[in-house]
Ligand binder design. Structure first.
Ligand SMILES: [Zn+2]
Length: 612
């Protein structure tokens, strides 16, 4: 049943024999980074997620943790993977203006990055590394450690996206077994066969069904697909790592609860229960069950005492609202949108309408959008032509990105004026090179201007959020979202605290026990902390780095931290972008941002309300 154990031992002798010397540091412990995609900090307790709740109680509970804005998956994966904030990684959102027509995305200028082929294309275009910062898995395998990343397509590969052979880092995701996926090595193929596991990942099945305006989405958590990923991890990867007897880093990216909260059919067109219905709760439990399986396998293999487990989520979550009184789109009938609701692509449609410029669809052969139509995936090229658009809108969900390829400051002013008049906007952030505009903050104020090699958005906009009053606003936040999903389904991406407040906890030989960490922490900090635990030497290009969470380590003191509020000059209509943040030294943590009264969690401004 067991394949090639002798080979593993031979590699150990080579890797550590050559490194032996007087100053050899002690062998680091192993790290398991378990990411429960879209798990809200305040949704973990003994009934919803008992494994995570117990882990947080026994180890370190980070009560003040942060996803980075835009609160999307690939963006936050890039931060965990590199220890840098998004201004450096250039993974500004799940959908970006890539600066070129991406073959793996059907020649779209605005690819969705949760794709192995797209990540390959973007890497190739940007000199082999679109993040332009080394990832922790690359550094770990360069040191001779075992590395694997298993789970959700896109974020899983980002942890070692420059190594696509499957030979060095084990990559198992949705595309495993497909011609466009990362191949399995002969060693992993043998391991899977010996464990009687398929060589191809199953699809999401029922869980992948998002429904439409008349049909509810799924009532199934992503149990089958994640069961396969957990099988691969517990029956193939961890036994292999045990035999190799080298330090290892394993990333397990659980699509649940994210995928289920997006697609759930518990609340079609209704804000309640939204993402707090039974299907979403089953998804939280599904992620928790996968963690429990991994933990018990570590125990069975005798690895629990030598392995640090870090559990986090890339971002929080909210229920979708699609109502607006100001958008030009709500008076138009769209075939797939309930009357009066915002269609997918409303930002692109509103800008094209207000500026009286044509709108091209980069995801549908660059055809011109006619009246009563919306861009297929919400993205749009406005004005100019396919090769020289004046404005590019990358639609993402709870926030959108707007690019001005010409760097036209007069056009930036016009776009800002349009956005300031829309009731769905809460918070506008502009590239500081374009100047200062009343009512807006700078991208630099939220750590989005750094050393990135991908195109910098001209403007990032966060959408309005409010509370349906369930006793704790961040547990029942609703947000306007630019999405093909329906009101009542789930989304994230905004600058509300509901979307920035992720769950984070850790337990293991390198961490304190029974410690509640009150200091601010972020996903970029996790990358720095893992690098320190594994003795990896980061060679930073950018300066927007996280910090090592030294207070979670034995003898580490809680650092001093302070709160700060940044407020822009008001626009003519009185709106001002406010940013609530915390600081540890010079490291910034962004709690929430937006227009007062339109964003849940803007602490200095009182609660956001359902009525504007
Ligand atoms: Zn996510």
């Amino acid at each position: 049943m067991r394949a090639a154990p002798l080979l593993g031992i031979a590699i150990v002798a080579t890797a550590f024999g050559s490194a032996a010397g007087a100053q050899t540091p002690p062998r680091p412990h192993n790290v398991v980074l378990f990411v429960a995609d879209g798990l809200r900090s305040r949704m973990v307790d003994d009934s919803t997620a008992p494994t995570m709740a117990a882990l947080a109680r026994a180890g370190v509970a980070l009560r003040n943790s942060h996803a980075l804005f835009p609160t999307f998956t690939t963006a936050n994966a890039s931060a965990m993977a590199t220890g840098h904030m998004l201004g450096d990684t250039g993974d500004f959102s799940n959908t970006i203006d890539a600066g070129f027509e991406v073959p793996g995305a059907g020649k779209s200028l605005t690819p969705f990055l949760e794709s192995d082929p797209v990540l390959g294309d973007v890497d190739e275009h940007y000199s082999g590394d679109y993040l332009d910062e080394a990832t922790i898995l690359k550094l770990a395998r360069d040191k001779g450690y075992s590395t694997a990343t298993v789970g959700k397509l896109g974020p899983a590969l980002i942890f070692d996206h420059t190594e696509r052979t499957g030979a060095k880092t084990i990559v198992v995701d949705d595309l495993t077994g497909s011609p466009t996926g990362i191949p399995l090595s002969p060693e992993m193929t043998a391991r899977l066969q010996a464990a009687s596991l398929p060589l191809a990942a199953p699809s999401r099945g029922e869980n992948g069904k998002s429904g439409n305006m008349a049909t509810p989405g799924t009532h199934s958590a992503n149990v089958v697909q994640q069961g396969y990923f957990a099988d691969v991890t517990t029956r193939a990867v961890l036994p292999l790592f045990k035999e190799r007897d080298k330090p290892f880093v394993l990333v397990f990216w659980s699509r649940d609860p994210d995928g289920t909260q997006h697609n759930q059919g518990d609340s079609l067109n209704s804000l309640v229960p939204g993402i707090n219905g039974p299907t979403s709760l089953a998804a939280i439990r599904n992620a928790d069950d996968d963690l429990a399986r991994i933990r018990s396998t570590l125990s069975e293999l005798g690895l629990l005492d030598s392995t640090d487990i870090i559990v986090t989520s890339d971002h929080g979550f909210s229920t979708i609202a699609k109502e607006s009184r100001t958008s030009s789109t709500v008076k138009t009938r769209f075939a797939d949108t309930p009357p009066g609701h915002l269609p997918f692509g409303f930002v692109a449609l509103d800008l094209a309408h207000a500026l009286n410029l044509p709108l091209l669809d980069p995801d549908d052969g660059y055809k011109t959008i006619a009246d009563g139509q919306h861009p297929r995936l919400g993205n749009g090229l406005i004005g100019g032509d396919r090769k020289n658009p004046k404005i590019v809108v990358a639609a993402n969900g709870g926030s959108d990105l707007i690019y001005l390829p010409d760097g036209d400051t007069a056009l930036a002013k016009r776009v800002v004026d349009v956005l300031l008049a829309e009731d769905y906007v809460s918070g506008i952030f502009v590239d500081s090179k374009l100047g200062k505009f009343p009512g807006t903050a700078a991208l630099d104020d939220i750590a989005l201007e750094g050393s990135a090699v991908t195109p910098l958005p001209a403007i990032a906009i966060s959408f309005r959020s409010f509370d349906t009053i369930c006793g704790e606003p961040v547990r029942c936040t609703v947000e306007i979202a630019d999405t093909g999903l329906q009101q009542g389904q789930g989304m994230h991406g905004s600058f509300s605290r509901a979307d920035t407040w992720n769950f984070t906890a850790m337990q293991g030989p390198d961490f304190k026990s029974q410690f509640i960490d009150p200091a601010p922490a972020s996903n970029a900090d996790l990358g720095r902390t893992i690098a320190q635990l594994m003795q990896l030497s980061l060679q930073d290009k950018g300066k927007l780095v996280g910090r090592v969470l030294s207070e979670t380590l034995p003898n580490g003191a809680v650092p001093a931290y302070t709160s700060r509020v940044v407020k822009s000059d008001p626009a003519a209509n009185g709106l001002a972008t406010v940013i609530d943040m915390q600081m540890v030294g010079t490291t910034r943590y962004f709690d929430a941002a937006g227009f007062p009264g339109r964003t849940v969690g803007l602490s200095s401004m009182g609660p956001a309300s359902a009525t504007q």
